[in-house]
Write a protein that binds this ligand. Structure first.
Ligand SMILES: Cc1cc2nc3c(=O)[nH]c(=O)nc-3n(C[C@H](O)[C@H](O)[C@H](O)COP(=O)(O)O)c2cc1C
Ligand code: SF4
Length: 301
């Protein structure tokens, strides 16, 4: 969590007293005193709106590291992109062209791409700007395979339990319907996938991906799951622009939630929680066209 009492520094010699920073500050941290902006509040989100808006470049926010806005695999124009100045049709085409990739080439993803994906991930919004995310990268195929084996073992054990009618009934009797519901809904397809992994060496969990990013949260995040999924969204779209395929692997998240020893095997501290697992790699599939979606339920009031 960003310490909310250590906030920002205003260079009084540069400040012209225009008041722009006061207008955009979401936490009322700034006041104009004798025509100069002064930090008067102690509840700053350290969001950087003031730093981004100041025409005199008079503000430094301590929690902001500008290195995080420079990348290894591409260079970015640091000029803020104005409202309406990016072509919606280009963004729409990117959004609609991203598809979950389940066929990957046997080629490792260069670590600099993974580092840049993480930098792009943390431009996502986070509840109270806590930015309490953690990223664990598996950057080789053997590392992904090892991780996949632990997830596979988890589901094989779960399936053994689910096959036990007495256990399912007993748990139901004490009000725990989880195993029975799993048996009815997921058991057959999970069994088929785990059997294929075991007997035919087909990677039904990670689809042959050569890299993986696990997104977690530290103990002080205010909206840990939401933050992680927003960061994940950035990674999925950015990966596409870098020539990488991606796929969220919910099975890995569920296994890690239920069995904390999986997290331990990856040396991820128990104080963290994993909310998203993204398989990544060079895609071994291409598409010819963009397709639509189911029509959602929309209400206007
Ligand atoms: C929370 C979540 C968990 C997912 N888990 C898996 C998974 O374990 N394995 C998989 O192949 N795809 C997984 N997916 C991908 C979805 O199947 C996919 O997003 C959906 O079919 C739509 O296809 P698209 O991503 O190509 O648009 C997951 C997606 C989400 C949002
Ligand atoms: S935006 Fe910059 S110049 Fe304007 S009041 Fe704030 S610190 Fe001063």
């Amino acid at each position: 969590m960003n310490p909310r009492n250590i906030t920002l520094v205003i260079d009084a010699d540069k400040c012209t007293g225009c008041g722009s920073c006061l207008q955009v500050c979401p936490s009322g941290t700034l006041s104009l005193i004798d025509g100069i902006a002064v930090v008067t509040g102690d509840k700053s989100l350290s969001c950087g709106h003031c730093m981004a808006v100041c025409p005199a470049d008079a503000i430094r926010v301590n929690a902001i590291d500008n290195k995080m806005a420079s990348f290894e695999t591409f260079s970015m124009d640091p000029q803020w992109l104005g409202f309406g100045s990016f072509p919606t049709q280009d963004l729409a085409r990117l959004i609609a062209s991203r598809r979950s990739c389940r066929n990957f080439k046997k080629k490792d993803v260069e670590p600099e791409f993974l580092r840049d994906l993480i930098k792009l991930a943390v431009f996502a919004p986070s509840g109270t700007n806590s930015q309490e995310w953690t990223f664990t990268c598996l950057s080789t195929r053997p590392a992904v395979v090892n991780f996949g084996k632990t997830i596979q073992h988890f589901f094989q054990d779960l399936n053994k339990k689910a096959e036990n009618l007495l256990l399912r009934k007993g748990l139901k009797l004490i009000g725990n319907n989880g195993l029975d519901a799993y048996y009815k809904e997921y058991y057959p397809s999970v069994k088929e996938a785990m059997d294929e992994m075991e007997n035919q060496n087909i990677d039904r969990l990670f689809h042959g991906a050569t890299a993986c990013i696990l997104i977690g949260s530290g103990p002080n995040a205010s909206c840990p799951k939401e933050d992680a999924m927003l960061a994940a969204g950035n990674i999925l779209l950015s990966a596409h622009t870098m020539g990488l395929g991606s796929c969220l692997i919910g099975f890995a998240v569920e296994a890690m939630k239920a069995d904390k020893s999986i997290q331990k095997k990856l040396d991820i501290p128990g104080t963290e929680k994993i909310h998203a697992v993204i398989a990544l790699g060079y895609p071994d599939e291409t598409y010819l066209r963009i397709t639509g979606r189911k029509e959602p339920m929309i209400r206007f009031k």
